[in-house]
Design a protein around this ligand. Sequence first.
Ligand SMILES: NC(=O)c1ccc[n+]([C@@H]2O[C@H](COP(=O)([O-])OP(=O)(O)OC[C@H]3O[C@@H](n4cnc5c(N)ncnc54)[C@H](O)[C@@H]3O)[C@@H](O)[C@H]2O)c1
Length: 260
Amino acid sequence: MTRTSVVTGSASGIGKATKELLESRGERVIGVDLHDADIEVDLTTAAGRVALVEEVRRLSGGVVDAVYAVAGLALPVPATVAVNYFGAVATLAGLRPFLLASAAPRAVVVSSMAALHPVDDELVALLTAGDEAAAIERAEVLAKEPETVGSLIYSSSKRALSRWVRREAPAADWAGASIPLNAVGPGIIVTPMTAEMISTEEKTAALLELVPMPLNGVAQPGSVAGLLAWLGSAENTHLCGQVIYVDGGSDAVIRGDSVW
Ligand SMILES: NC(=O)c1ccc[n+]([C@@H]2O[C@H](COP(=O)([O-])OP(=O)(O)OC[C@H]3O[C@@H](n4cnc5c(N)ncnc54)[C@H](O)[C@@H]3O)[C@@H](O)[C@H]2O)c1
């Protein structure tokens, strides 16, 4: 039977590549984005998150086989926290009832290798506590210095998101409901998000110092889409709470022997 998936961030970059790959395999994809999507909503807002669930219910008939939470921002602004963490969690939690109606439900989140970079501990704690108002307030403080601590907004949002996946995946809502929940952690991927950061050889070399990619250097979105599509497929029966780095080696270089 044709699988129906929901992909957020479907208008660009990794989300777009994922939607196109799934469609090329004959799946039905409901794309979600701010623009150029089947469902156009702003995942930073409560109203957008409610509308997402209502529209997915309407378009899917209440049955969804896989959810791919891809939408995100990499700017040193509070909205990054709202979409990367709370938007992703709201997408997964809001669409979970529709996954329960599938014979082979799957859920996948796009985190980042930036989760391995330094973070703001206070912001990560507020995100993990689910306190959106306080987290936005903390991000507003960090955003006042975009050249220094501003970058911690992105890494903190992704650290907290990876942690959410680790904690939730083995629990009753996900593993207990036979829904594999996992994440991917991309390295530097060539998308509109990174276009400015890798616009010259010098900038690319500087970024690769922070995100070492000894295997094949910066990657195309299709490299991430292929992994996402497998994690969201019926073939994936037992991966639970994994954050799989598709990063050309950054995780292996940065964390080395400290994880197994
Ligand atoms: N490009 C990279 O190097 C890289 C690396 C690691 C992780 N990621 C993550 O991959 C995901 C996709 O990034 P990308 O590189 O494809 O970026 P992109 O900018 O090409 O695409 C992101 C999409 O998310 C959508 N989006 C942003 N805010 C939204 C909101 N409030 N509501 C609904 N949709 C919204 C955008 O409109 C856009 O279409 C993000 O979560 C990003 O953090 C990207």
